[in-house]
Write a protein that binds this ligand. Structure first.
Ligand code: FES
Length: 209
């Protein structure tokens, strides 16, 4: 029987096997496999959910119930850069709503929408665990803390102008960030090449594609 993912990249197919081998029950691998499917389909499409269902021995409806519960599984397409602005209480008190408005104006995408050229998707998100560095923003899940309205605008302009293939939290923090939650963290040389979260021991987003 042919593999449901024979059209996927070799790196993705290998990663799928590594993940499946890590769990005694294939169904436990639904979530990491959905991320890989996101890379292959640019979103968690119905076809992606069918493939993950086949790989894990559950029904497509069961995969859909997982995918629809977690907001980080994007069932609609997202732009090249997913800009997430935290608007929970600490960030709100530090001006996150204004940062979000600036980001919307600069990208041409309202929250929950993608810009007409497909470059940006903007969303507001609940606490992303960086309250001490509020307001916190992520680009493709790479974190920047202490973002002012002015720097929010500059961040979007920089993304438009330089179109980085890899976005690096450390670089963006240095260019556009302010005070951080912690100063003692080590450098993080791996960034993101796609609006899909990294999945820990299996490597950063899209690594090796
Ligand atoms: S409230 Fe924004 S990171 Fe916690």
């Amino acid at each position: 029987m042919s593999s449901p993912i024979s059209a996927w990249s070799h790196a993705s197919q290998e990663r799928v096997q590594t993940i499946l081998d890590s769990y005694p029950e294939p169904r436990s691998a639904i979530m990491p496999l959905l991320y890989i499917a996101s890379l292959e389909h640019d979103r968690v499409s119905p076809e992606a959910m069918r493939q993950v269902a086949e790989l894990t021995g559950v029904t497509p409806a069961q995969v859909a119930s997982v995918a629809s519960f977690y907001t980080m599984f994007k069932r609609d397409g997202v732009g090249e850069y997913l800009v997430s602005v935290c608007t929970s209480i600490s960030c709100f008190l530090r001006g996150a709503d204004d940062v979000l408005e600036v980001v919307e104006d600069a990208t041409g995408a309202r929250r929950g929408e993608t810009s007409s050229d497909g470059t940006f998707t903007v969303e507001h998100v609940e606490c992303i665990g960086s309250c001490g560095g509020a307001p916190a923003v992520q680009v493709n899940y790479e974190l920047i803390e202490g973002v002012s309205t002015d720097n929010g605008r500059k961040l979007v302009a920089w993304l438009k102008d330089t179109k980085p293939q890899v976005v690096l939290a450390d670089e963006m923090q240095q260019l556009f960030g302010g005070s951080r939650s912690f100063d003692w963290g080590g450098p993080e040389p791996e960034g993101a090449i796609a609006p899909v979260p990294a999945f820990g021991p299996y490597g950063s987003s899209g690594e090796g594609r």
